[in-house]
Design a protein around this ligand. Structure first.
Ligand SMILES: [Zn+2]
Length: 113
């Protein structure tokens, strides 16, 4: 909806007792009439005719964190997206194998020495 002052406002679909925008018709450029919103304030309130409130869309829900393909736990969305993770690095079977190898290698060396 465009106000008489030329500002674009999103209005709720149904009138509301707390509404501050009433609809009015004005001559349109090129002939005919155009519907505009008149913004009420101060002594004009409460409105004596159907009035509409400004509509503000609720914030969209935050994006869902991607889930690890192994443990199904949430992954940090920024890093997972940037690095193309499909699983936590620590859940990666290759990482697990390497970690297991590193855990056993020092003991094997000690026993061999
Ligand atoms: Zn995981």
């Amino acid at each position: 909806m465009i106000t008489l002052g030329g500002r674009r406002r999103e209005l709720e679909v149904d009138p509301h007792p707390d509404g501050t925008h009433v609809l009015t018709e004005v001559p349109a450029i090129g002939g005919g009439m155009a519907v505009r919103a008149r913004v009420l304030s101060g002594v004009d309130l409460p409105a004596q005719e159907p009035a509409y409130r400004s509509h503000t869309c609720p914030a969209p829900p935050p994006p869902k964190a991607p889930r690890c393909g192994i443990c199904q736990g949430p992954m940090p969305i920024d890093v997972a997206t940037l690095e193309g993770w499909t699983m936590h690095p620590c859940c990666d079977p290759a990482y697990q194998r390497e970690a297991a190898r590193q855990r056993t290698t020092p003991r094997a060396r000690r026993s061999a020495a």
